[in-house]
Write a protein that binds this ligand. Structure first.
Ligand code: NAD
Length: 413
């Protein structure tokens, strides 16, 4: 099956897990495409006197288990295919993590680096107006690549201006002062760290004294690298979109963060050698964590991967063919829908806090995150054992069993 399309990769996993898990074919038929796609274009007069029309989407993938929920991606090469894939990933991720929510994703094809702050604000507000937002019990947008707390603050304000009601749980990933959760920004990296440690322990791979390679040094990769470093694991290579750096003795992550804050990239950090993003994936190490973009481990390079364990922090970084190659080589892959579900879990906490008007301290958020993500990993691993399958298939079967129950009770299938 052709897998240039990340949505096709998601469908391949869905159909494989459905078959192995004996999931009702009607349930799989419902999940072959999103329930609804909002597809619109946003015209904008730019601050520089120019004009542009930005394609935008909101994919409502499946709401059998609860209201649609999840992020908004703004990037220049954004495609509807990618947003559909992220919509199904979110559907499965919420089920896998026991979160009573449906899966959704939104996006705008635009380059934030070419827009002024004022342009961005008007673009994000226009996006919300085009969604016909219906609130916390219908569809809750959050942040993703190219959006952050500021964009979510504009989204919340626009939503509240439209409805005339203050309603923090209508939008996720907001700043805490507007009702966001503490610990939200670090949640995904922290969750990847927790899952990596549990998966390593299951396989008798030591984290302290181990060697890790992290592709992507953004919100997720940098938090993960910092936590691994603090645990005594050597970070032997990291990268960003401009390239990577390697040091067999371990990179000082605190100093690297300061270097990145000054220069905007990991390249040129003292005591390290440059390495390309491609070569970095082939470094001999204990843990390989792709934490940047999709489809980076594919049939062309999977055979060269030498890590003992691959943990997917990004969404869809390993293609279907690569999964098969890694399995043949005996390299386990801990799938995105479990490993990176920490952000979705804390978004769930954020909505819960907003609905109850009771806000939790950071220790409470982190402790509850750890308990929930460990359960998600354990459920996936146990289901994998039950079906003699890999952890990805186990995670999807576990999620699909819940979707099947919910769809049957609702009378959909
Ligand atoms: P980010 O934008 O903060 O960081 C991304 C990092 O990857 C940056 O260092 C960037 O330079 C680098 N990068 C971008 N393109 C690259 C390429 N082609 N090759 C190598 N490096 C590249 O994003 P993030 O929030 O850290 O998210 C990283 C990944 O994790 C994404 O796939 C995202 O969908 C996924 N994810 C993020 C969250 C979250 O809460 N932030 C939750 C779940 C999944």
């Amino acid at each position: 099956m052709q897998t240039d399309s990340v949505f096709q990769v998601a469908l391949n996993t869905l159909n494989h897990a459905g078959k192995v898990g004996g999931i009702d074919e009607r349930v799989l038929a419902v999940l072959q495409a999103p329930k609804r796609i909002l597809n619109f274009r946003i015209p904008l007069k730019l601050d520089n006197g120019g004009f542009a029309v930005f394609p935008a989407y909101r994919v409502h993938y499946c709401d059998a288990l609860g209201p649609f929920r999840d992020g908004t991606r703004i990037r220049p090469n954004l495609t509807l295919d990618e947003i559909k894939a992220l919509g199904i990933f979110m559907t499965i991720k919420h089920c896998a993590a026991d979160i009573p929510a449906g899966g959704a994703k939104g996006g705008i094809q635009a380059d934030p680096s070419k827009l002024t702050q004022n342009d961005m604000e008007r673009l994000v507000r226009a996006f919300v107006r085009n969604l016909y937002p219906r609130g916390p019990w219908a569809d809750v947008p959050g942040a993703d690549i190219g959006t952050g707390e500021q964009a979510m603050a504009w989204m919340l304000d626009e939503y509240e201006q439209i409805t005339g009601v203050h309603c923090p749980p209508a939008i996720n990933d907001k700043p805490p002062i507007l009702g966001g959760s503490l610990g939200g920004e670090a949640a995904t990296g922290r969750g990847v760290f927790t899952v990596l440690k549990a998966a390593a322990e299951d396989r008798n791979i030591k984290v302290p004294g181990g060697a890790a390679v992290v592709q992507g040094f953004g919100q997720v990769g940098s938090v993960l690298a910092e936590l691994l470093d603090a645990e005594g694991c050597k970070i032997v290579a990291v990268s960003d979109v401009y390239g990577g750096i390697v040091d067999k003795n371990g990179i000082d992550i605190q100093k690297l963060k300061a270097h990145v804050a000054n220069t905007g990239k990991v390249e040129g950090f003292s005591g390290t050698e440059p390495v390309s993003n491609e070569d970095l994936l082939e470094i001999d190490c204990d843990f390989l964590v792709p934490a940047a973009v999709q489809s980076v481990i594919h049939k062309g390079n999977a055979d060269a991967v030498k890590a003992k364990l691959v943990v997917e922090a990004a969404n869809g970084p390993v293609t279907t063919e690569a999964d098969a190659v890694l399995a043949k080589k005996g390299i386990p892959v801990i799938p995105d829908v479990v490993a990176n579900s920490g952000g979705a879990t804390v978004c769930h906490f954020e909505r819960t806090q907003g609905l109850s008007d009771q806000y939790w301290d950071l220790e409470t958020v982190n402790a509850r995150l750890e308990t929930r993500i460990l359960k998600a990993y354990r459920d996936a691993a146990d289901t994998a054992t039950q079906y003699d399958a890999d952890v990805r298939t186990g995670a999807w079967i576990h999620a699909l069993e819940k979707l099947e129950k919910a769809m049957k009770l609702r009378g959909w299938v």
